[in-house]
Design a protein around this ligand. Structure first.
Ligand code: ANZ
Ligand code: ZN
Length: 642
């Protein structure tokens, strides 16, 4: 029998598919099915088998639904802005624009060779000015509504990549991309007000046909906490320290306040006697990573020298500073209740501060010398040592205390989120320019819509030392659109996650030069019915894409409020590893393609030799494909073989 010969057969059909545009999608009124993968970053290495796996799943679905009479849209594109392209340019001296072109051509060729069901008429590339002009246009709409704004704040700074990172891009105190330990730096940055959508982003998760695990990750990321804001009057000033607490019921046990070392009111609180010690403490603490500060180690801190008044007891309580309080959460200050919060307990022990019991559970004996887990029990406790609130349970106490504080304008119920506004400024070259002009007279002036896009200069090879745009007068020197005076163009570019937050809608009308998304196309295609990609995007990308969908829906651009109806997260592609170990314990890894494996009668590997010398190699574990283990497989060889 003749063996199936893919090279002979596929070439013929791939030509026919191409000339007949067999995979072209049109808005034709038939029942639609919109399928997409998370679009790839086209690296110089070409397609990885992980890509091939991802795209193949979408391919199978596309062909399945076509056979079932659906009008299938399966587009394809490239996520081209960002640090990897810029770092590659620094290394090779080839501009990101040029490398991107080459890499896209290679990716396209490989994807065509694989014969994927793709509507090639809809190809998009996010670093194409025809694409990012709409990112800029969208930015301007957000700016008008106050949803894009600038503020000075402490930012995560990656010393290696020389750029600011979003909260979401810091993993355990390290840069998500290069792994360097991050620092805090005070800078003026652009933000998107994602927190304005926190409730909706949280509440709508349950309606999504997504893996439970990812839904939970998103919920935790948004992190809604119900509690209260309380104003503690500063004893010697006509001013207050505001705090956020989820345990308002324990307020009569608040025996001191603790401020984050970055707290803006610290200078007003220090005295001649405490100034130096407080300043030194704060300077050292600010340099530490958030993870380091939250670790359960011995607490450190300093007394500011000032006192506040507990609004519930009218007692004078000392104001301290400690690094376990974070500036980015709540009000950057806590009312410390050492009797019922374990961290406050440890702090009070360390500095001999008073510990007061205000919650009792079943009359169990309270011992201020030793922490016990029931001290933190919110469900079963009733109030003690709390004046008129004695005997109340959590909810009753919360309501009564909140009412009393509210009447005295000293506090109110408050919902706090872990989610922060999305910092989108990057002091990097290879990204979408922020379409703002700074004028000394008029302030931040939006670039007029008819002047879009603000084109990123393409012939630039960054050197890794700061933003190249900030060193290019031909880019930043401009005239104010309002008063005509000399003005300076913004040189920050946007986080690449901005581009990938809305591309799924651009696919609907990729060549429309009058709309971000053509209204008829948006109405017809709605949302992606199925979206497929890596688990590594469970939080960042998917949350941002959901946020953008809501923004675009509010602007009347799209007809839906969620971008992806169903989500499938594919796993990692794994492969066997093979190695030899030298006498000093150094391992050399061999690619599976260089190795010949002997198997038993059940097909299980028993031994392996290196093809080149016929000598044995050790069979290692099956692991995620990586350069370090040399177990990657080039899809090209598989294409040729199969
Ligand atoms: C008094 C109290 C008593 C608290 C008690 C807890 C237990 P979640 O649930 O994460 O929202 N807190 C508030 N702001 C903080 C900050 N910037 N840095 C560190 N800790 C902060 O946590 C809310 C609780 O975390 C708040 O309630 C506050 O301590 C602390 F028995 O207030 B609590
Ligand atoms: Zn002006």
């Amino acid at each position: 029998m003749e063996r199936y010969n893919p090279t002979k057969i596929e070439e013929k059909w791939q030509k026919i598919w191409e000339t007949e545009q067999a995979f072209r999608a049109e808005e034709n009124g038939a029942e639609k099915m919109y399928l997409a993968e998370m679009f790839p970053y086209p690296s110089g290495a070409g397609l990885h088998v992980g890509h091939v796996r991802n795209f193949s799943i979408v391919d199978v679905l596309a062909r399945f639904y076509v056979q079932n009479g659906k009008n299938v849209l399966r587009p394809f594109g490239y996520d081209t802005f960002g640090l990897p392209a810029e770092n590659y340019a620094i290394k090779t001296g080839i501009s990101p624009a040029e490398a991107t072109k080459t890499n896209i051509n290679n990716f396209r060729k490989q994807a065509k060779r694989l014969g994927f069901y793709i509507d090639w008429n809809r190809e998009i590339n996010t670093s194409d000015p025809e694409y990012y002009r709409w990112t800029q246009w969208c930015f301007l709409q957000l700016f008008k509504k106050g949803l894009a704004y600038q503020k000075e704040s402490y930012q995560w700074w990656c010393p290696n990549d020389q750029t600011v990172l979003a909260n979401e891009q810091v993993e355990n105190g390290h840069c998500w991309r290069c792994g360097s330990e991050v620092e805090k730096k005070k800078m003026k940055q652009w933000f998107f007000k994602i927190t304005a959508y926190a409730d909706e982003l949280l509440d709508e998760i349950d309606q999504l046909d997504w893996p439970e695990k990812i839904k939970t990750m998103q919920k935790n990321w948004i992190g809604r906490s119900e509690g209260a804001k309380v104003k503690f009057k500063i004893k010697h000033l006509p001013d207050t320290i505001d705090i956020f607490t989820t345990r308002l019921d324990t307020i009569c046990g608040a025996t001191f306040l603790v401020l984050a070392p970055e707290h803006p009111k610290i200078p007003d609180l220090i005295t001649n006697k405490t100034a130096e010690e407080v300043k030194n403490y704060c300077a050292a603490a600010i340099k530490k990573s958030e993870i380091e500060r939250q670790e359960n180690k011995e607490k450190t801190g300093v007394f500011t020298g000032s006192f506040a008044i507990n609004p519930a007891t009218k007692e004078e309580i000392p104001i301290w500073v400690s690094d376990y309080v974070l500036i980015n959460y709540g009000d950057g200050a806590v009312m410390a209740v050492p009797g019922h919060d374990e961290r406050d307990f440890a702090f009070a022990k360390q500095y001999h501060l008073p510990i007061k019991q205000v919650i009792s559970v079943d009359g169990q004996p309270f011992d201020a010398a030793q922490w016990q887990d029931w001290y933190a029990d919110k469900e079963n406790g009733v109030l003690v040592n709390s004046n008129e609130f004695n005997g109340l349970n959590f909810q009753a106490a919360f309501d009564a205390i909140a009412a009393k504080l509210q009447a005295a304008s000293a506090g109110e119920p408050k919902t706090q989120y872990r989610l922060r506004d999305w910092g989108i400024s990057r002091q990097r070259y290879w990204g979408c320019p922020v379409p703002i002009i700074h004028c000394d007279t008029c302030g931040d002036v939006p670039v007029p819509e008819q002047d879009l896009p603000v084109v990123l200069p393409e012939n630039v090879v960054p050197d890794g030392a700061g933003s190249p745009l900030a060193k290019m007068p031909e880019f930043y020197e401009t005239k104010c659109p309002k008063c005509g005076g000399t003005a300076k163009r913004e040189t920050d570019t946007m986080d690449t996650f901005v581009e990938s937050s809305w591309y799924q809608f651009r696919y609907m009308s990729p060549r429309d030069d009058a709309h971000m998304v053509a209204p008829e196309a948006a109405a017809y295609w709605g949302q992606a019915d199925q979206y497929i990609g890596g688990i590594e995007h469970a939080i960042l990308h998917l949350l941002y894409a959901r946020f953008f969908t809501k923004l675009m829906n509010d602007e009347g651009i799209v007809s839906v409020r969620e971008p992806f109806k169903q989500l499938l997260t594919q796993g990692m592609v794994l492969a066997a590893t093979y190695y030899r170990e030298s006498a000093d314990g150094k391992k050399t890894w061999f690619n599976p393609a260089e190795v010949r494996v002997q198997t038993d009668d059940k097909g299980r590997p028993v031994s392996a030799v290196l093809e080149a010398d016929g000598q044995p190699v050790v069979i290692g574990g099956v692991e995620k494909m990586s350069k370090s283990k040399n177990n990657g497989v080039d899809p090209q060889t598989l294409i040729e073989q199969y």
